[in-house]
Every structure is written in C-alpha cells, then in structure tokens.
Design a protein around this ligand. Structure first.
Ligand code: BV8
Length: 239
C-alpha cells in the first residue's frame, strides 16, 4: 500500500477478529459465539425484556472471561495503540468490540461504538458506571438505589450504536480507512467503507475476505498479530 502523508488522519475499524488471538471468541467463525447461542435470545432489547436472567448470564460469563490473566492485549492491539499515540495526522480507532483489550493496550482516541462489557447502565436513572462483577435482577444501582434496573452498557441489535456523529466526522476527514478483524456483517459499521471509498484509501486486514472485501482498494489476509504490526511498522518505522 502506498504510504500516506504523515499529516493525514487515519480511521481504523476493528471487530472480534483482532481479539481472537487473545483467546476471545469471535461471533461468526465456526466456533464463534453465534454458533452456540442465538443473537435473538441474548443480544436484543426484546431478549432482555423476555428473559433478563439469561441475558445477564450471557454477559456475566463474557465479563468474567476478561478477568482471566490469560486474556491480554495481543501484538495487534499493542501495535495499533502505538500508531494511535505516534501517528502525526491522528488516528481514531472505532471498535465494534465490547472487550477492554484496546483500552488496556493504551489506545488513544478509542470509540466503543457497541458499548463496553466493563460498564453497566441503569435503565431507571441512566447512570453509566464501570462494572467488573456479575449483574443480576438483585443488583442495586449505586447512583439511584433502584434494584434490578442495571443492564450491560452494550448496544444490542435494533439499538443505535454510540458516538455515531463523532465516527462520521472522523470518516469524513480521514485519508486512510483500515478495517481489521471484522466480517462486515453488522451495520452501520459494515457500511463505513462505502462511506469513504473514492475519498480515502481503504485497506482490509482480516484472516479471510470479509463480506465487503471487494469494496477495499487493498485487502491483505492473515492473522491480525502478523498483519497489524507489519502495517504499523510500514507507517511508523520499526518499533
Ligand atoms: C442499528 C454488542 C439502527 C453486543 C453487537 C442496515 C443499516 C442499519 C442497520 C441494519 C442494516 N441491516 C440490518 C441492520 C440491523 C442490524 C444488523 O446489522 N444486523 C445484521 C446481523 C444484518 N444492526 C443493528 O441492529 C445495529 N443498530 O442499526 O440501529 C437504528 C436506527 C434508528 C434507531 C435505532 C436504531 C446495532 C448493531 C450492534 C449489535 N451489537 N455487539 C455484544 O457484543 O454482545 S454486534 C456484534 O457483531 C459485535 O459487536 C461484533 O463486533 C459485531 C460484528 O461482528 P465482527 O466483530 O465482525 O465479528 P465476526 O465474528 O462477525 O467476524 C470476525 C472476523 O474476524 C471474521 O471475518 C474472521 O475471518 C476474522 N478473524 C478471525 N480470527 C482472526 C480474524 N482476523 C484477523 N486475525 C485473526 N486471528
């Protein structure tokens, strides 16, 4: 890929594939999360209204996994964090992931468009707070005192993703859009490449071609821990 001007802004979109080599399952791979449970049963507001205990159990298990010492940011997260800190033109990292691996890697300008597993939101008072423990219908909101009103601060299907204005402003201004570790199956994230193509250079780094692969100027396939450090070294020089 032609190197871009050092004052050119970059937007990077990441998905579950960037966390795969840290030991977190993706969604649509054959051993993925949606191969074990239906998204309609655990990742929609209707599912939460119908069976909140089941939805809490689904997210409690994933939140607990983040506390496993074996789950650490990998070389892709760390290289991307370095790029976000050092690239003169500025980097906005938009992640669909609700894990905290980009945060723990020290990524600057990070936007969790689908929310964060390590936060809870009160449906009574709207407070959003860091939350690492299990949630249940017995959990009391520390802000308003209500019981059973806390939900995971994640964006379910049918809900509006977060910070969309900030994301579209970054997309409008970018000269390079890089998509890493996402199948291009979920909108509006899957539509970002169409939003910028023709105006910005577009690059896909993924284990295999995504659904939108043909929309990218360039697509390189392989594991994120190999492709992302190589991509960052091409822009910044060796670490
Ligand atoms: C909304 C959070 C609108 C919770 C998630 C058109 C326009 C707008 C909306 C829609 C539309 N068409 C359909 C919709 C509705 C829906 C949608 O897109 N449905 C799909 C299934 C068709 N979209 C929505 O509902 C969104 N909301 O549009 O609201 C609105 C408008 C007005 C008013 C109100 C609302 C909300 C979507 C967010 C849902 N929440 N997650 C949680 O995590 O539990 S989505 C979920 O999928 C995750 O966030 C995940 O990140 C996301 C995308 O999946 P990927 O990250 O791409 O993961 P996947 O497994 O699919 O792929 C992994 C990739 O990695 C693979 O390609 C694999 O090859 C690669 N890989 C594997 N290993 C590696 C690797 N790559 C590199 N290295 C490796 N080692």
């Amino acid at each position: 890929m032609r190197v871009i001007a050092r004052d050119a802004p970059i937007v990077v979109l990441t998905g579950a594939g960037i966390s795969r080599e840290s030991g977190l399952a993706t969604f649509r791979d054959k051993d993925g999360i949606w191969a074990k449970v239906r998204l309609e049963d655990v990742a929609t507001p209707e599912a939460f209204a119908r069976d909140p205990a089941r939805v809490h159990a689904f997210y409690n298990a994933r939140r607990r996994q983040l506390r496993d010492p074996a789950v650490q940011p990998n070389a892709a997260h760390l290289a991307l964090a370095r790029l976000s800190q050092e690239w003169p033109g500025g980097v906005t990292v938009v992640t669909q992931n609700v894990d905290d691996l980009h945060d723990r890697a020290g990524t600057a300008n990070l936007i969790h468009m689908h929310g964060e597993l390590t936060k809870a939101r009160c449906t009574a008072c709207g407070a959003v707070m860091p939350w690492l423990e299990d949630l249940s219908l017995d959990t009391r909101c520390p802000a308003c005192g209500a019981t059973g009103t806390l939900r995971p601060h994640v964006v379910w299907f049918g809900e509006m993703p977060l910070a969309m204005d900030r994301i579209y402003a970054a997309l409008d201004a970018c000269a390079l859009f890089v998509s890493i570790g996402t199948s291009g199956a979920v909108y509006p994230a899957a539509g970002f490449v169409a939003e910028v193509r023709g105006r910005a250079r577009t690059l896909e780094l993924n284990l295999e071609p995504s659904k939108g692969s043909q929309l990218f100027d360039e697509a390189i396939h392989g594991p994120a821990t190999v492709l992302v450090p190589a991509f960052v070294a091409r822009l910044l020089g060796p670490a």
